[in-house]
Design a binder for this molecule. Structure first.
Ligand code: ARG
Length: 254
């Protein structure tokens, strides 16, 4: 009797498994979108929260919905983003990353441009510095490690134009060092500095004009993952076509 019951249970389990797979019951693989979330308003977490929010988060979620993808955002250090694709720790980079910078396009496949930006110099509200051409060899400037701003401050130091180019893991640390006087300026992406000034306009300011190479932000996938990149590009085009993209610009940059 017991043997008969076991056989029946086994048969039910096998039939169930076939039924699930026949009606496409497999769980869709959740793609990991790796980012560095101190880059408000593109990706950031509010104090005391683990939730990553921002323009890039809303944009990628809308693209995923449009293309029937399942995604989750993972917060890692900026200079670990491209290596994460190679090691399959991440499937997509979406981090306000300039696709034109250095050898990035040789290391990953970038999608269509979704935002354009330039660099600016942020200083304390009472600073006498007039702009990037007004920095002096006694000064220290900070920016984020692995970024275009980070490269810029390190180049200024190599050229002897500043005493030190301080590269830090998080933008929040750059702002902190500016406010406590450890550095005299922060080189930051224009829309990100704007977000900082919106909340700290009493203690900091922009000086001078934008500088450096004009930037084109794009998401990226592992070299050769054309199928996924095509889906992301199509999703972005659909967002622009439907007005959803402009809605997100209005939400995060108005
Ligand atoms: N746009 C700059 C770059 O491509 C800075 C990007 C920083 N992004 C971030 N999520 N921390 O290097």
């Amino acid at each position: 009797m017991k043997k008969k019951l076991t056989v029946i249970m086994l048969a039910i389990a096998v039939i169930g498994a076939f039924a699930l797979s026949a009606c496409g019951g497999e769980e869709a693989t959740t793609l990991k979108v790796v980012t560095e979330a101190t880059f408000k308003p593109f990706e950031f977490v509010e104090d005391g929260s683990d939730e990553i929010q921002g323009f890039d988060v809303d944009m990628m979620n809308a693209i995923a919905e449009d293309q029937g993808l399942s995604i989750e955002f993972v917060n890692i250090e900026f200079d670990a983003l491209i290596p994460a694709l190679d090691s399959n720790q991440g499937d997509i980079i979406c981090a306000g990353m300039n696709k034109l910078s250095g050898d990035r396009a040789e290391q990953a496949d970038f999608g269509d441009t979704y935002f354009e930006s330039d660099l600016m110099l942020l200083v304390k509200a009472d600073s006498d510095i007039t702009g990037i051409d007004g920095v002096t060899p006694d000064m220290k400037l900070a920016s984020q490690i692995g970024t275009t701003g980070g490269e810029y401050v390190q180049d200024l130091a190599k050229e002897g134009k500043i005493a030190d180019g301080v590269v830090l893991n998080q933008w929040t640390d750059c702002y902190l060092q500016l406010q406590n006087g450890d550095v005299q300026g922060v080189i930051v992406d224009l829309p990100v500095g704007n977000a900082y000034l919106a909340e700290n306009g009493d203690v900091a300011k922009y000086v001078g004009e934008k500088f450096g190479d004009h930037e084109e932000f794009a998401f990226a996938v592992k070299k050769g993952n054309t199928e996924l990149l095509d889906k992301l590009n199509t999703g972005l085009a659909n967002l622009k076509e439907s007005g959803k993209y402009d809605e997100l610009l209005q939400k995060w940059f108005s």
